[in-house]
Design a protein around this ligand. Structure first.
Ligand SMILES: NC(=O)c1ccc[n+]([C@@H]2O[C@H](COP(=O)([O-])OP(=O)(O)OC[C@H]3O[C@@H](n4cnc5c(N)ncnc54)[C@H](O)[C@@H]3O)[C@@H](O)[C@H]2O)c1
Length: 382
């Protein structure tokens, strides 16, 4: 399959490019380095430097023999999107190209505006390009479990059957995001669902939980091909952050009561979920939704796991409760369905002690580069 990855320089984008090309697909990536620019502007460098796309593609070809075609440009620009479609003619598109940080989206007016325009702009251009160049193209869009929020009832996989005054119908499961970033993801889903109904597009929307880890089957012995590893408050995800905090001797920062529960997954599982979705398309005129995570943990659970694993390496880790800068429920019911990807054949990599020890040992190698001043800034939601 010819697969185009939008946002191919990112934490998930580049590992996906290597994974899909190794599985026999013809892969192209597009990116404008927005993430690198924002991290530079906010002075929150990743744990180690990562080569740019041309260099990564050259390195990957030299070790694997697989070519990945590279496009650079802002996909909010119609000319950029059309050039990529004309030159590569994708049969499927993986859409990662968004501003993915909730704290960044809540930082100030400028950051909020960028998040809103960028995320919806890329999704909208992609929909228009699909219509113009290949209405059969399968769009695999990364959404987030955060679209559902934390309701008092079970979370279904995308859709809910409602009986009302004696009649029944099926609707998108109610969404109630906790940040502007998550709200843009809801709007993406609404745009895609609208054009699926109107133009018969075929879309898979993956409601993904926070991802952890850096090793994939393709990069384990290739340090230059590892993905970005962010541990700052803006762009880092919680488990990756806790691992760095443990190594740096910085107390694990639990926001409020720490009962905030979410669905998590290993980066290896992200790659398999995306590939399984691509290899089993839903068919024209369908919006298929999968909840993409493998197990749920509260923040307290994660802090305890990291602290225990770090202890076995001789690290003395403190867990510290701090005032929650976010506006969210700190103790709540959480029971989301997630059978769709398992039914397609996903074999999860669970969060074992070995996985945590591997992450801690990896981060220890980069201990000298850890900047403690970027771990917590207290970006407030209110
Ligand atoms: N990482 C996670 O834990 C996680 C969890 C749930 C959902 N997601 C979603 O998965 C996707 C990928 O996440 P990630 O962690 O790899 O983020 P990332 O920021 O590392 O990657 C996104 C990439 O898209 C690029 N990009 C953004 N806007 C662009 C534009 N206008 N034109 C061209 N390129 C553009 C960025 O430069 C970046 O390289 C995002 O949509 C994110 O919302 C991620």
């Amino acid at each position: 399959m010819r697969i185009l990855i939008l946002g191919g320089d990112g934490y998930l984008g580049w590992p996906t490019a290597m994974h899909l090309s190794k599985h026999g697909h013809d892969v192209a990536v597009a990116d404008n380095y927005l993430k690198r620019r924002l991290a530079e502007e906010e002075r929150v460098p990743a744990l180690y430097p990562v080569p740019e796309l041309e260099e990564k593609a050259r390195l990957w070809e030299s070790v694997s023999g697989f070519k990945v075609k590279v496009f650079t440009g802002d996909l909010q620009e119609w000319d950029v999107m059309t050039t990529v479609f004309r030159e590569f003619d994708p049969e499927a598109v993986v859409h990662y190209a968004e501003q993915p940080s909730a704290p960044y989206s809540m930082l100030n007016r400028k950051a909020a505006t960028l998040t809103l325009h960028n995320n919806l702009g890329v999704t909208f251009n992609l929909i228009q390009a699909a219509r113009q160049f290949n209405p059969e193209v399968h769009i695999v869009k990364l959404g987030t479990m955060g679209e559902y929020g934390t309701p008092e009832i079970d979370i279904e996989e995308g859709w809910i059957d409602i009986e009302h005054k004696g009649r029944r119908d099926r609707f998108l499961y109610p969404r109630q995001a906790g940040s502007l970033y998550h709200t843009t993801k809801i709007m993406d889903t609404d745009l895609l669902w609208f054009y699926v109904r109107i133009w018969d597009l075929q879309v898979t929307d993956l409601m993904q939980g926070p991802v952890y880890g850096m090793y994939t089957c393709e990069n384990e012995s290739l340090e230059d091909l590892l993905p970005f590893f962010c541990y700052d408050e803006i762009f880092g995800t919680v488990l990756n952050r806790f691992v760095v905090q443990a190594v740096a001797g910085y107390p694990l920062t639990v926001y409020g009561k720490g009962g905030q529960t979410r669905g998590y997954l290993n980066i290896k599982d992200t790659l398999n979920c995306v590939r399984l979705s691509l290899e089993h398309p839903p068919g024209k005129g369908k919006l298929r939704i999968f909840n993409q995570f493998t197990e749920t943990f509260s923040v307290n659970d994660l802090a305890a796991k990291v602290s225990e694993a770090a202890g076995s390496l001789g690290l003395n880790v403190e867990i510290q409760t701090i005032n929650n800068p976010r506006k969210e429920k700190e103790e709540h019911y959480y029971n989301p369905e997630h059978t769709g990807l398992l039914d397609l054949g996903l074999q999860p990599h669970y969060l074992t002690d070995d996985i945590l020890l591997g992450m801690l040992e990896f981060v220890k190698k980069h201990e000298k580069s850890i900047r403690k001043d970027i771990i917590f800034k207290g970006i407030s939601w209110t």
